[in-house]
Design a protein around this ligand. Structure first.
Ligand code: ZN
Length: 226
């Protein structure tokens, strides 16, 4: 069945860009986590309907990390208000500067559009192109650019609402940027794609994570509204 035509949404000239990886077992899991499985429960051929079961780590593909992920006293994903995740966003195009296995520094952020502007209450979105290239590759969590802990502190000091990005913030243990940002109550919106389609620095970001009771994070559908 083709998608039926529907009337205009009433959001007038707003253009919506889906920043979400399509969820499948092809997505490279976090090292040490299981690969996602999607199992059929009912099949059209047998049951005249389709249902399915999912088994996956919350940190697979596009998702939001809640402060509780690294801090026992931090907010769980069902406690993170949506007001933190639907906000003015600022695209930071790091493509000319981000390098495999190298830290993204404060100087890189400033040189990529974040110098001299207030980020308070916004969602900066760090765009390296990494997740779009490596989402199904074995090096997704091995050769990615990462965030300099000083840059994480710089962002936290500016009281940002959340941080979006398309590469893992830390290269691994002891996860200094997760500790700093989640410790400041700043959720992380990870593994974004289609950031090349935004084409402007300022937009509205909408991230809606699965509301898991007591969850350390949640799978999310994330969109840019231009
Ligand atoms: Zn995560």
């Amino acid at each position: 069945m083709a998608e039926p035509h529907i009337a205009d949404s009433g959001l007038m000239d707003r253009r919506i860009i889906d920043l979400t990886l399509t969820f499948s077992s092809e997505i490279t899991p976090v090292p040490g986590h299981p690969r996602a499985t999607i199992a059929p429960w009912h099949l059209h051929e047998v049951h005249a309907r389709s249902n399915s079961l999912l088994f996956f780590s919350i940190h697979t593909g596009t998702h939001v990390d809640a402060p509780y992920h690294f801090h026992r006293e931090g907010a769980t994903i069902d406690q993170v208000p949506l007001d933190r995740l639907i906000r003015p966003a600022v695209l930071c195009d790091l493509r000319p500067r981000a390098r495999s296995r190298q830290p993204v520094t404060v100087a890189d952020l400033e040189a990529s559009g974040l110098a001299g502007r207030s980020l308070e209450g916004t969602i900066p979105v760090l765009f390296s192109g990494w997740a779009a290239r490596a989402w199904n590759q074995p090096n997704l969590y091995a050769e990615h650019p990462y965030l300099d802990p000083a840059a994480a502190e710089w962002l936290a000091r500016q009281r940002i609402s959340a941080l979006g990005l398309d590469f893992a913030v830390d290269p691994g243990e002891p996860y200094p940027c997760h500790l700093v940002l989640l410790g400041a109550g700043i959720p992380l919106i990870e593994n974004l794609v289609n950031l090349d389609q935004i084409g402007q620095q300022d937009f509205t970001l909408i991230a809606l994570p699965h509301k898991v009771h007591g969850g350390n994070g949640g799978q999310a559908r994330v969109a840019a509204m231009l």
